[in-house]
Ligand binder design. Structure first.
Ligand code: ADP
Ligand code: MG
Length: 365
């Protein structure tokens, strides 16, 4: 049974439609990540689950029961916000212990102390326990507010971009600790982020939200390798996937090789694409930057290109290549490409994605 279920949930603020009919399930002990750009409706969704905002339509069920009648304190839900709400007059230690001293818990002091120590260890803030919030950096405050939710071991933990104020190194460390903690405690987590790497790294399953609607639900491999549409494909990956309009040639004559004609060049397609293209004249071609190879020899198959920009990151190279009237992002290992030099582009054909020209839907999905 899912721990949490949303059925056709709507949220309106005046005339603003923040959430437009979201349905999703979070199973028991699942790490569910809601990924979407800013303004997608992520925070509104979490607040409705926590009971902090009323629904404008639809239903939320927690453990099979309709949550409408449940006030926030009876939902066994803890929420970590993007902004931290700490008690300024209390130390970190007292802030962490605060929820455990509430009437709902009333734990004996030695158990409180043990949980504070364990939480401080996970969040690497043992040395901060005696400071007050005013003596902490933004990232440290964010860890304390995370700790205050974790320490309660709630049935359902809701996290709204909880790592956004940390520097890159700490964010990565904390991401791993969060995943370990969730596995060890077997908690059910709904985690919201706009960072696709964080989402892929943490999620058992992802729900991809855009402009108040669910675009796709699936495991990290499913959404990455088979994005439902161009909006999902654009969200997953950096640099972003290259999208090109292309005309189809020879789709209805079995004798000739199937060919896509784009403004960057002509691309013969593997036969397996033929059934998808029957009856179409145009598509959107999607090529991820790391599925393009740059060849040094000028002659051969592929597209002719010229290096427009080159960033050498040491362990990899990001290039922008002019091909025809298009510019394509390319990610590769080799670094001997000077700006302005000629190159030839070839592709990992089996990785090519094709989308409907009008709806943006993935033709294979
Ligand atoms: P996200 O967390 O994905 O960035 P939000 O749920 O915060 O998205 O917001 C979704 C939309 O609803 C945005 O257009 C935002 O401006 C609007 N919105 C959010 N909260 C309010 C509010 N209290 N009053 C009016 N509009 C709001
Ligand atoms: Mg938000």
């Amino acid at each position: 049974m899912p721990t949490l279920e949303l059925r056709e949930v709507f949220k309106k603020y005046g005339t603003v439609e923040a959430v437009r009919g979201i349905s999703l399930e979070c199973r028991d002990r699942e790490f569910l990540v809601i990924l979407g750009p800013s303004g997608a409706g992520k925070t509104s969704t979490l607040k409705m689950i926590a009971g902090l905002e009323p629904l404008s339509g639809g239903e939320i069920r927690i453990d099979g029961r309709c949550a409408d009648a449940l006030p926030p304190k009876d939902r066994d839900v803890a929420m970590v916000f993007e902004t931290y709400a700490l008690y300024p007059h209390l130390t970190v230690c007292q802030n962490l212990a605060f929820p455990l001293r509430s009437p709902a818990f009333r734990l004996p002091e030695e158990q409180i102390e043990a949980r504070v120590r364990e939480t401080a260890r996970i969040l690497q803030m043992e040395s901060l326990l005696h400071r007050r919030p005013a003596e902490l950096s933004g990232g440290q405050k964010q860890r304390v507010s995370l700790g205050r939710a974790l320490i309660r071991c709630p049935g359902l933990l809701l996290m709204d971009e909880p790592l956004s104020h940390l520097d890159a190194h700490l964010r990565h460390r904390m991401r791993r600790e969060l995943k370990r903690m969730q596995a060890a405690r077997q908690s059910t987590v709904v985690y919201v982020t706009h960072d696709y790497l964080e989402a892929l790294a943490l999620a058992d399953r992802l729900v991809i939200l855009d402009r108040g609607r669910v675009r796709q639900t699936g495991t990290p491999s499913e959404v990455y390798h088979s994005p439902a549409d161009t909006s999902v494909a654009l969200l997953l990956g950096h640099p972003r996937i290259n999208l090109l309009s292309a005309r189809i040639r020879n789709c209805d004559t079995d004798s000739d090789r199937l060919v896509l004609e784009s403004e960057a060049g002509i691309l013969p397609l593997p036969e397996e694409f033929r059934p998808l293209l029957q009856g179409r004249t145009e598509v959107v071609l999607g090529i991820r930057p790391h599925h393009i190879r740059l060849e040094e020899e000028a002659s051969g198959h592929g597209w002719q290109g010229r290096v427009y920009a080159h960033e050498n990151l040491g362990y990899r190279n990001l290039l922008e290549i002019e091909a025809g009237s298009c510019r394509l992002d390319v990610r590769c290992r080799e670094s001997n490409f000077a700006v302005g030099s000629d190159t030839r582009l070839t592709f990992a054909e089996s990785r090519l994605l094709l989308f409907d020209k009008n709806t943006g839907k993935n033709l294979k999905a």
